[in-house]
Design a protein around this ligand. Sequence first.
Ligand SMILES: Nc1nc2c(ncn2[C@@H]2O[C@H](COP(=O)(O)OP(=O)(O)O)[C@@H](O)[C@H]2O)c(=O)[nH]1
Ligand SMILES: [Mg+2]
Ligand SMILES: [Zn+2]
Length: 326
Amino acid sequence: MRGIVLSFSNQHAKVKCEDGLTRLCTIKGKRIRTLDGWYNALAAGDQVSLQPISDTEGVIESLLPRKNVFGRYNEKGSADQALAANIDMVVCVTSTGTPPFRPRFIDRVSVLAEQCGVPLIIVCNKIDLGLSDLVEERLSVFERLGFRTFKTSVTLRQGIDVLREALVGKTSVFVGQSGAGKSSLINCLIPGAAQRTGEVSEKYDRGRHTTTLSTMLFSEFGDLCIIDTPGLRRLAVRNIGLNDLGAYFPDMVPFLGRCEFGASCTHTHESGCAVRQAVHEGQIWHDRYESYLRIRAELEEAKHRKRAEGGKPHKEARYHIEDEEW
Ligand SMILES: Nc1nc2c(ncn2[C@@H]2O[C@H](COP(=O)(O)OP(=O)(O)O)[C@@H](O)[C@H]2O)c(=O)[nH]1
Ligand SMILES: [Mg+2]
Ligand SMILES: [Zn+2]
């Protein structure tokens, strides 16, 4: 029998099976071979083949091929962590305030969405708290880059219907800082979803034993399929070649290859760099460029660290990465 993973934790998966029943499943042999090296064996949205034991329990026998995976690098676990699988769209939920609007967090999500190969839309929630010019400006930068943006308020029930339309018929994953309103929006879009809201952030959750999970939810008539994720404080990017990163920034793409040093230009310091020139002239938003520099520094540091762990000599990373909240 086939099924779709709704959530997964500690070797147990909640699976919506093709007979319509939801079963709590263990994994046969405790391990799915193809996923060795991952932080988690399964993610919400995964298609599996299982053996039912009863109407409420089963055993997962294998993972069916994934169309795509949306994830991040889990620094604590030193492994890639899948947050959702087989998705059509990433929805980055931000808020106008509490927590503060963090455009560089959105930049990171845009890179991860590109890596996953699916479009990103941006939701700016809590507009009832007021929209500053700065937030409006940055949102319009994203619009110009081709990312659809939505302004919502769960409290005032504003902008929800327009957002709903963009989600119909797709499997989407909601990501964002803790407290931005992901679960509140989902409860509004899918009445009865009963996602816990006002949860403590990942930062403060460390000491507790409970595992926060990605959870897949369906609307009553199945027209919406949304994966809610726990609040993420850090979105580490990995598995992108240093020279390829520029291609993940649509605003940099027109300038790539036009630099004096050609494809070997890192766009960090070189003279005759077309990207730096474009930043200088305001064609590339300086804050977006700053995101590029930070992610590049992070990729570079990870590369050096890996090399060091492999026992080979390494240069000091050129940039120091501060432990910032993204
Ligand atoms: N003012 C205001 N508060 C909201 C809005 N949406 C959610 N909240 C509140 O923000 C807090 C965090 O919401 P939650 O959905 O748990 O955020 P999540 O961590 O992203 O899932 C809760 O106390 C919500 O009631 C909104 O549109 N306006
Ligand atoms: Mg939540
Ligand atoms: Zn350059």
